[in-house]
Design a protein around this ligand. Structure first.
Ligand SMILES: O=C(O)CCC(=O)C(=O)O
Length: 315
């Protein structure tokens, strides 16, 4: 075979190979992953299983999330293990807000990218939690997996398996995400005192930290204990995706024939309604949690025109 013919064959093989990669990427998840994002992933630790994904978000995506979140920020809450409901806590002093899955086009694209890197369908993701820390604000070490039976119900997605923590800004000092019980620790200059107590990662705008809360055999991984060190200089903004072992937010079935139009689309609606989300976030809640918000049968209240949670599709 002549040189140019050989080149042609090699080129064809390369094209076929890249098409194969593309079609694999498009079919990840129950829905479609239309973009073919490629990035650099650095393995940070085996215990916990933690990876740094460099350049996961663009500057425009970081700015979009901060711009959307800024007017909605409130004092952060944590989940109460005994009841499974949320409560204010001193362990988390940041402010925060939350966007339901599929909130807008930018968030939808990011969710598909999270599905691609975790290889877990979008339908297993919770909404997007956005946090803002400054002036020493922190999040004490905690586990992302649940300890209570309420939040681990299979209808609620079961246990959280993996977290993708995206950094939207680069604080000047502090604000590291720290794993105090990891098998190795960071050392050397440049880390805050808190970060030196464990394995730590410095927030860098656009990067994402992916770590598993469960071991490969499905057990809770105690080395996934983590927190946010105090942000000592500058501002830290982060956006978190918690991903469950099963689809999260599966539509609830009506309880009687008379309730056909009066249902909650998400098993978390009663808890959200209990915490005042019907008033704080009416556009989403009146569309998705009609039963819990008691807005059934009033088209003025239910036809909000907002993008609501991505419906669960079967494979
Ligand atoms: O912002 C951080 O570095 C930690 C956030 C966190 O622990 C969480 O969202 O579960």
């Amino acid at each position: 075979m002549g040189g140019s013919a050989l080149c042609g064959v090699l080129l064809l093989a390369l094209l076929l190979h890249s098409n194969l990669l593309l079609s694999n990427a498009e079919s990840i998840g129950y829905g479609e992953v239309q973009e073919t994002w490629r990035g650099e992933i650095e393995q940070l630790s085996w215990k916990p299983r933690a990876f740094l994904i460099k350049g996961f978000l663009s500057d425009e995506e970081c700015d979009h999330i901060i711009r959307m979140a800024s007017p909605k920020m409130e004092e952060s809450v944590v989940v109460d293990s005994a009841s499974g409901t949320t409560k204010k806590s001193t362990v988390r002093t940041s402010t925060g807000t939350f966007f339901p899955r599929g909130h807008d086009d930018v968030i939808t694209v990011i969710e598909k990218r999270v599905a691609a890197v975790t290889m877990i369908p979008v339908e297993h993701q919770e909404g997007l939690q956005v946090l803002h820390y400054r002036d020493g604000q922190k999040y004490e070490a905690h586990y992302d997996y649940f300890h209570d039976p309420v939040n681990t119900r299979m209808e609620a997605g079961g246990q959280r398996v993996v977290t993708v923590l995206m950094y939207l800004t680069t604080p000047e000092h502090g604000g590291e995400t720290v794993f105090p019980d990891a098998e190795k620790k960071v050392e050397g200059p440049g880390w805050s005192e808190c970060a030196l107590k464990g394995l730590a990662n410095k927030p860098k705008r656009g990067d994402a930290l992916m770590f598993y809360s469960l071991t490969p055999d499905g057990k809770k991984d105690p080395t996934s204990l983590h927190g946010s060190c105090p942000t000592l200089k500058g501002d830290k903004w982060s956006a978190t995706k918690w991903i469950h072992v099963a689809p999260y937010g599966v539509p609830q079935k009506p309880t009687s024939p008379g309730e056909v139009d009066c249902i909650d689309d998400d098993s978390n609606c009663p808890s959200w309604a209990h915490h005042g989300e019907c008033d704080k976030n009416p556009a989403f809640m009146h569309a998705s949690c009609k039963k819990s918000c008691k807005v059934c049968g009033d088209p003025a209240k239910t036809n909000t025109g907002v993008v609501i949670d991505v419906p669960v599709k079967t494979a």
